[in-house]
Design a protein around this ligand. Sequence first.
Ligand SMILES: [Zn+2]
Length: 268
Amino acid sequence: MRLSDTHCHLYLSQFEEDLPFVLQRSRQAGIEFMLIPGLDLETSQAAIRLAEKYENIYAAVGFHPNEAYKWDETSAESIRQLSQHPKVLAIGEIGLDYYRNTTDKEVQMEVLQQQLQLAAGMDLPVIIHNRKASDDLYPILLDWQKGMATSTKNHAKQAGVLHAFNEDHPLLEKLVEANFYFGMGGPITYANNKNMSLLVTSIPINRLLLETDAPFLPPHPYRGQRNEPAYTQLIAAKIATLLSKEVDEIAEITFSNTTRLFSWRREH
Ligand SMILES: [Zn+2]
């Protein structure tokens, strides 16, 4: 069984002391691909350093909406340069966060728009963070994608992933049509999470991705502890139960989804 963790923050201090052991456990759990998104310039560089060090680790670069206040007139060019690294597979994580609100909405939107344009220019998919901002965010993403409808570029077909996707939304079908993928993580395993269970069955299976968001959002029974990529197994197992399939099949399908979305640069 081979698994992919499409979203983990292994450069954070929670992994400082034992990363080699974390990676050893991830290998034992069948994780053959890990994608590490940046949150700002420093963490984007840190993600690339890990990708340079470990064969099955890849990076994404970008400014998270909670860090958007750090964006200045040099940031776009810095991210563009980092995105040329052969192990950078996406721009992310980018998006809108109206829950923590560290940055004005207008600034968040401007930083998001600039990074969407950058992704289009570099022909890279995006990794989208969203908290309490769907009604503003989804129309922006759909507009962005519509602008590329006639493009022959790769990301016109493989737009990106809505990371930690967790809500049934009137625009869900449109997002599917616009070639977005949907990241499923730890919360799906929480016993009281009926909405998530329903949601998984309403998304086409060829658009599901597995992700831990480690060190955050640990799956059951690790709630309250540090999350790590090896726990991707538990998310795959829960999705298998919900869809009445074997876990091997879910692993294989989500792995090929991951490859389809992020493989462009690896094949060239
Ligand atoms: Zn994240």
